[in-house]
Design a protein around this ligand. Structure first.
Ligand code: ATP
Length: 317
């Protein structure tokens, strides 16, 4: 089924909605990190250490996201979540594997991907001396959105995100970090993107603002058929919002599924009748290595196996 987009911003785009929205196929990203160089302290006869070390920030990840799905990416700090998001949005090139969005390739069809995707991250760039309204009008112009339509949409989105009317026209630099983050979120919602990548959109927001953002995300999917990929450290949010979650650890995909299925599976491994909590699911799949039934047998319980593996990790570090 090839559909010409109804949204005026995408008039000239034909998309095949029978295709999966996002296909990530065996993707890796390798960074080279400089090591603190100790060479100058060594004598000439001593062997010099390597100057750099490689980090597989994303390691052979595959994931298929269907249209209208909300998928959460969970993982510890530095596990590769942002790197994955950055590759999908063409900000970074994959070193291995392929990423396609409705059949378009992130490398070959970079321009098209940039039109289909909107990415929100905390380090969003704005003109700090300008107001939220001016910043968002500037963004709307980049998308050829008529001024009047943009103005009323901006007002309504910012108000719904809890930004008071008198703040809408005041310089951004006077706003708190959380409020600036809401302006970044508003920018992504302004253009009703086909695929929305949200990199920790609610980190640092107060509980009410978190819910406002989550409602918006749901609405984008329900009313505009958006497909959404979101990274979060908030397990309640993952549970409330995501159809499925992927847990990654050191760049590798450790688990993928519906939260209730993962909770049931880990609960079962823990030897319990009732499902595990999402925190326990997270701990389970991000332990030194996934805790197996044999580990549980060997150490007597899931908790003891977890403690033993953590102790191993600490020893290694
Ligand atoms: N530009 C870069 N150059 C070198 N290393 C990088 C670069 N960007 C990320 N890394 C490394 O890649 C790994 C994954 O980082 P990434 O930012 O993707 O993690 P994350 O899961 O998003 O973390 P957080 O939850 O803290 O935001 C880390 O070891 C990080 O130091």
């Amino acid at each position: 089924m090839t559909v010409t987009m109804k949204n005026s911003l995408f008039d000239d785009i034909e998309l095949d909605f029978t295709q999966d929205a996002v296909v990530i196929d065996g993707v890796s990203k390798i960074f080279t990190k400089p090591r603190p160089f100790l060479g100058k302290f060594l004598k000439k006869s001593e062997e010099k250490p390597e100057k750099s070390t490689e980090v597989r920030a994303v390691d052979n990840v595959s994931l298929v996201i269907k249209r209208r799905e909300i998928v959460g990416i969970l993982g510890a700090n530095g596990s590769g979540k942002s790197t994955l998001i950055r590759m999908i949005s063409t900000l970074l090139l994959p070193d291995e594997g392929q990423i396609r969005v409705f059949g378009y390739d992130v490398i070959k069809d970079e321009r098209m991907i940039q039109r289909l995707i909107n990415r929100v991250s905390v380090e969003a760039s704005f003109f700090k001396k300008l107001s939220p309204m001016e910043n968002l009008l500037y963004a709307a112009r980049l998308y050829n959105m008529p001024g009047d339509e943009a103005r009323s949409k901006i007002k309504s989105i910012l108000t719904r995100l809890g930004i008071k009317p008198d703040r809408i026209d005041a310089p951004l630099e006077n706003m708190s970090r959380g409020m600036q983050q809401k302006v970044a979120i508003a920018r992504a919602f302004l253009t009703s993107p086909i695929v929305l990548l949200l990199d920790e959109p609610t980190t640092g927001l107060d509980p009410r603002s978190k819910i406002d953002v989550q409602n918006f995300v749901n609405e984008l999917r329900d009313k505009h058929d958006a497909t959404i990929l979101i990274t979060t450290h908030d397990m309640d949010e993952a549970e409330a919002l995501c159809d499925r979650v992927a847990i990654i650890d050191q760049g590798r995909m450790m688990a993928l599924g519906k939260t209730e299925d993962l909770k049931r599976e880990v609960g079962r491994l823990m030897g319990r009748e009732e499902p595990a909590t999402m925190n326990e699911v997270f701990m389970h799949y991000t332990a030194t290595r996934p805790i197996t039934a044999e580990d549980i047998k060997r150490y007597g319980s899931w908790e003891k196996a977890f403690e033993a593996l953590e102790a191993e990790r600490e020893e290694e570090e």
